[in-house]
Design a protein around this ligand. Structure first.
Ligand code: SF4
Length: 398
């Protein structure tokens, strides 16, 4: 029962937090405007999203096969690939690869967040730097992300200035402009990329036929984190797999357009360690980029979830965050309405992947089942249908 009590307190406190309301209302206005403009400019995205739903629905039923295929291709490309049945297996594989006392630069990864990857690495004596600016702020605040794409959406610039003054031993007045703060983070993190032993990432989508990871971003931190250190390790939920490179391009384009990146600054595609054939046409691994490339595909309840006729829709989620900007509960609570993932999809994830029925129940019964999210969702994920089904399961499970 304490889960319910804690959750109720957390969510009620959030609703009385004016900073959340102000930050979210600004973000919602600009998100809607930007996405509507992007869809006007690239109207084919709407049709393409329908195609992507079909691709994801089919791939969800074939995850094990696709993971196997991707592993074989990555090994052919001179990388190393692994399938982890559980989150513990994934953590064990990563611990075995990383060891201890390493410097690690990390790109934002919801799958990493799901299994507490950063905390795990730190407990094993490693120094870990989140490199996504929002994620870096959250790490240094000792807080948790409040949005899929903008983890520090609830932190105003004055708080960032105070935080940076503490950690960078330099005075940033509360009225510092945002560009100054961004520049400070850039200077602070820059040398870490080149000192790091390991770079870690997730992926937005992976094509099984070529073993290619697509990573979409604007900041350039993922390029550096996965390009500069000698080792790149990627942890990827198996729901990110699609059959072909062509499918992956479609998933990527729909994802970024609904994620408010009309055109993202960067899309990195990585299929293996760096290599060159420039001397006598002899392929040699370990050129300018990483010498080692390791990919862990994690199941952890996903193949089970794919068997459920209604709840499997949660696997189609592109993590674009669009639904969150439409949700009336999220607008006043931010990520407090959720667990590792937020809102309706977060409830399904808590029940079926994290296996935390109490947490799932808390979220499922906060959901208003109004369906506004479904209208915005490029995958047309029917959250009210999933929540109704989930409440049934919760009642049956007592
Ligand atoms: S449920 Fe739909 S709108 Fe929400 S993050 Fe996933 S794909 Fe985007």
């Amino acid at each position: 029962m304490s889960v319910f009590k804690d959750y109720k307190k957390e969510i009620m406190d959030a609703t009385h937090n004016d900073r959340i309301r102000v930050a979210l209302s600004r973000a919602i206005t600009s998100y809607r405007k930007n996405v509507d403009n992007a869809l006007k400019r690239f109207p084919h995205t709407i049709k393409m999203a329908e195609e992507v739903r079909e691709i994801k629905a089919k791939a969800a039923g074939d995850m094990e096969k696709l993971a196997q295929q991707a592993c074989e291709v990555i090994e052919e490309n001179n990388g190393k690939a692994y399938i982890a049945k559980t989150s513990q297996e994934a953590l064990d594989i990563i611990t075995g690869l990383v060891g201890k006392d390493k410097l690690i630069v990390k790109g934002k990864s919801m799958t990493g967040e799901e299994i507490g990857l950063r905390e795990h690495l730190e407990e094993h004596g490693n120094e870990v730097y989140e490199t996504d600016l929002g994620e870096f702020i959250i790490q240094k605040l000792g807080s948790r992300p409040m949005h899929i794409l903008s983890p520090a959406i609830h932190v105003p610039r004055e708080d960032v200035a105070r935080l940076f003054s503490q950690i960078m031993k330099k005075d940033f007045p509360p009225e510092s402009d945002i560009a100054t703060l961004v520049g400070a983070a850039r200077d602070f993190l820059r040398e870490k990329y080149f000192q790091a032993d390991i770079g870690m990432s997730g992926a937005n989508v992976v094509s099984a036929d070529t073993g290619t990871l697509f990573m979409i971003e604007n900041e350039g931190n993922i390029r550096l984190a996965t390009g500069a250190p000698p080792v790149h390790i990627a942890l990827i939920g198996m729901e990110k797999l699609v059959p072909t490179l062509g499918d992956a391009f479609k998933v990527a384009e729909v994802s970024w357009r609904y994620a408010n990146y009309t055109i993202p600054a960067y899309v990195s595609m990585v299929s293996g360690p760096s290599k060159t054939g420039d001397i006598e046409k002899v392929t040699t691994y370990g050129a300018h980029g990483p010498k080692e490339f390791h990919v862990i595909f994690m199941d952890d309840g996903r193949t089970e979830l794919a068997k459920h006729p209604v709840l499997r829709q949660a696997l189609y989620c592109l993590r674009c965050g669009g639904c969150l900007y439409e949700c009336p509960v999220f607008a006043v609570t931010a990520g407090h309405f959720g667990d590792r993932y937020f809102a309706g999809v977060g409830a399904v994830w808590a029940a079926m992947v994290s296996k935390d029925m109490e947490k799932a129940a808390s979220i499922a019964y906060t959901c208003l089942t109004c369906g506004r999210c479904k209208v915005r969702c490029p995958m047309k994920i029917d959250v009210p249908e999933m929540i109704t089904e989930l409440r049934k399961l919760i009642a049956e499970s007592k």
